[in-house]
Each structure stands twice: as structure tokens, then as C-alpha cells.
Design a protein around this ligand. Structure first.
Ligand code: SAM
Length: 282
């Protein structure tokens, strides 16, 4: 890595338009004028690493064939907000526990419960789901027959997720019993999710802009929180409609509260739980 001590100048209006358009075209992420400093800081940081001081020059580099795409995959890791935590929105996880219990109670033969965690970041969300499902199967005296596909655009986030190693502070939202059951100490301050849980999750890189090109595998639960909020309304709706085609009858779609307003679909009905934005496939 080349570090340059040269300062990168502030981004011009014209360059801000070019870079924010590129981010929206390639990842769906819409930046308002207020987020100009964020974009500038992230792009400039990468430019300093590469010894560049001209935004136009760096833009041309990004647009240049396969090497440009490789560089883009480095940059996108810095342009996405990866903030997450275990059990980030507890009522949504309580809803998942109820949905699983309901699915198990009506089936004579135990069904396989399949989940898609969309925009999974560094893994806290799919591991929280895995703990909920594992405990849910356990209390219903059933086998832990579930699997989770967890996807994100950021390779850096996915590599943290796959390792499944977290500091003591990060796992604080997990209750003591689950910590004892599902984490093993790595050293004084770090804990690793146990293999029996990690093995149930398949992490993969996917860009939600391409959802209509992805195989339409039907699952029991789609959990997508704090991702749609970065997209424009038309894109949120396009993705919500594509989710419907990927749910089994009776399957649930759980999104972040208020992330999509005024959306409805003839095959879906809003679940009545307070404090949760969830829909059930009819
Ligand atoms: C704020 S995090 C949310 C993480 C987690 N779902 C939660 O609620 O805690 C948003 C995640 O969405 C991912 N993301 C952003 N744009 C994406 C896209 N176009 N396709 C797939 N993932 C994307 C980011 O990389 C980031 O990890």
C-alpha cells in the first residue's frame, strides 16, 4: 500500500455529482447533498492510500475495465454503512421466534425453516437469527432443521461475518444463557460463534440491485433491516416485490420499522404485531 502525505483537496460540485451517481448506479445507495462530506472523506482516504490527489483521475481509474472493477470492490467497502449489532431490533427477533413456533405447531412432519438475511453486514444479524431459531427448535423439542443464507455487497463485512469472532463488548446484547450456549472463548476478550451455529449459515456476496437476476429460491423468512433505507422509493418497492416471489406460502418478510411506507402487494398481508414491520405471504 502506498501512503501519500499529500492532502486531497475538497471534492468539487461536478465530481460530487459524478461519484454519487456512480454509487447509486452500482449499489442503489442514494446520497443527499448533506452526505457530501461522508463521500469526500471515504473517497479521499482511498485516494491517499493510492497516492492520488485528483478525483477525476481516480474516477477514470475506477471506470477502466477489470482493474477498475477490482478497485471499485475496495472502495464500496468504505462507502456502505455497516453499522449493526446483535439483536438490533428485539421486537423483530421476537416476531421471528413466534413465526417459527407457529410453523412448527401446524406441521405434522418437521419442515425445514429457510431464512434469507439480506444486507447481513458483519454477521451479528444472521447469528442472532440462528440463536433464535436454534432455541425455538429446542423448546419445541424439534431438531434444529434450519438454514440461513446471509448476503451483503461488502466483501470486508462478509469476511468478518464468516470468521464469527466478536469482542466481549459486541456480544453484550446477547443474554448470558445464549452466550454460554453459542460462543466459545478465543482469548481474554474475544469469542467465536460455535461451529454448530456457523455451519447453518451460508454467507455470500450479492448486490440487491441484481435481485431479479438471482435464483428465485423460496424461503420461510426474509429478514432485511437497515438496508432499504439507503435506496430511493422506486428501488425499495422493486426489491419488496421481488422478495414476494422468494417467499413460501405463509412465509414472513420482516423489514426495519418505517423503512418502506405505503407498500402493499396482493399476495401479502401486514402482520398485526405492534412495533414490527412484517408481512405474511398469503
Ligand atoms: C446498516 S447495515 C445493516 C446491517 C443489518 N441488516 C442490521 O440491520 O443491523 C447495511 C448493510 O447493507 C449492505 N448493502 C448496502 N448496499 C447494498 C446492496 N446494494 N446490496 C447488498 N447489500 C448492500 C452494506 O454493505 C451493509 O452491510
Amino acid at each position: 500500500m502506498i501512503w501519500s502525505l499529500q492532502a486531497v483537496p475538497p471534492i468539487s460540485d461536478q465530481q460530487f455529482v459524478l461519484w454519487s451517481k456512480l454509487l447509486e448506479e452500482r449499489a442503489g445507495i442514494y446520497l443527499s447533498a448533506q452526505q457530501r462530506t461522508f463521500l469526500q472523506t471515504q473517497v479521499a482516504m482511498r485516494m491517499r492510500e493510492l497516492g492520488l490527489t485528483d478525483y477525476g483521475h481516480y474516477y477514470a481509474m475506477i471506470m477502466d475495465g477489470v482493474p477498475g472493477l477490482i478497485e471499485w470492490s475496495q472502495l464500496i467497502d468504505r462507502l456502505v454503512v455497516k453499522e449493526t449489532s446483535f439483536y438490533r431490533h428485539q421486537p423483530s427477533f421476537d416476531f421471528v421466534a413466534e413465526h417459527l413456533a407457529q410453523r412448527l405447531s401446524v406441521a405434522a412432519d418437521q419442515p425445514h425453516y429457510d431464512v434469507w438475511s439480506v444486507g447481513c453486514s458483519s454477521g451479528e444479524e444472521p447469528y442472532s437469527l440462528a440463536m433464535v431459531l436454534s432455541d425455538g427448535c429446542r423448546s419445541a423439542h424439534r431438531e434444529p432443521l434450519f438454514s440461513i443464507t446471509a448476503s451483503d455487497i461488502s466483501r470486508a463485512a462478509l469476511s468478518v461475518a464468516k470468521a464469527g469472532v466478536y469482542g466481549a463488548r459486541r456480544i453484550e446484547p446477547v443474554d448470558l444463557q445464549q452466550r454460554q450456549r453459542y460462543f466459545a472463548p478465543v482469548d481474554d476478550d474475544r469469542f467465536r460463534v460455535v461451529a454448530s451455529l456457523r455451519d447453518r449459515i451460508c454467507f455470500n456476496q450479492a448486490n440487491m440491485l441484481d435481485i431479479n437476476e438471482m435464483p428465485a429460491v423460496r424461503v420461510d423468512l426474509i429478514f432485511c433491516q437497515n438496508l432499504l433505507v439507503y435506496f430511493r422509493r422506486w428501488l425499495r418497492e422493486k426489491i419488496m416485490n421481488a422478495f414476494v416471489q422468494r417467499l413460501k406460502p405463509g412465509g414472513a418478510l420482516v423489514i426495519g420499522l418505517g423503512e418502506v411506507l405505503d407498500w402493499s402487494h396482493p399476495e401479502m398481508q401486514r402482520a398485526s404485531n405492534d412495533g414490527v414491520q412484517a408481512y405474511l405471504h398469503k
